[in-house]
Ligand binder design. Sequence first.
Ligand code: GSH
Length: 205
Amino acid sequence: VNCKILKLFSLCSQFDEVFLTSRDQYLKLLENGDLLFQQVPMVEIDGMKLVQTRAILNYIAEKYNLHGKDLKDRAMIDMYSEGVMDLNEMIMMLIMSPDPKAKLEEIEKKAKERYLPVFEKALTGPVYLVGGKLSCADVYLLECTLMLEEKFAGILKDFGNLKSFQGRMLQIPAVNRFLLPGSKRKPPPDHKLLALAKEVFNMKF
Ligand SMILES: N[C@@H](CCC(=O)N[C@@H](CS)C(=O)NCC(=O)O)C(=O)O
């Protein structure tokens, strides 16, 4: 989820990232009243402290004209975005699964049979998913294809339009910079990160 915000931001403007590494840091944010629902991510922008991932993403997308030219384009962009996010979330949550192998198989099947065919079809001809121009849905989709390839090498081999789309997106200079080693892009969550999150948020599971 966070990665999406980072990617969208990277595309749009310069930003500084603060990554929580201790419970004290989190408690300080709470003390300052910075977190509306006592949760992160939080983005400081235009004099606001925005929380709730989708609210943050929508604000950035609107601000930088990545949310379609009219209401109908926006509805399509939102549908594609939500589909991508459902798939992304499954991958992100893999680390919490009691049976990661079975979960991985389920994700691969759903990706190949439910999600990727939709995007493959949408990209037959058009360069971008909606309205002939770059939108936030394209950015989320690119990220999703990269995450999928990290887990399932060669998964795009039967999805030629998606592979070409990925190639085109990677040529956008800001996207390209974001994917270079040493950028703000995060590796997939691992058990170390999970342990840190439990400590920072005092989670019991
Ligand atoms: N609906 C929120 C969920 C955010 C969320 O669950 N944040 C977690 C960290 S990833 C958190 O702050 N947990 C602390 C808590 O809930 O006490 C969003 O989309 O931003």
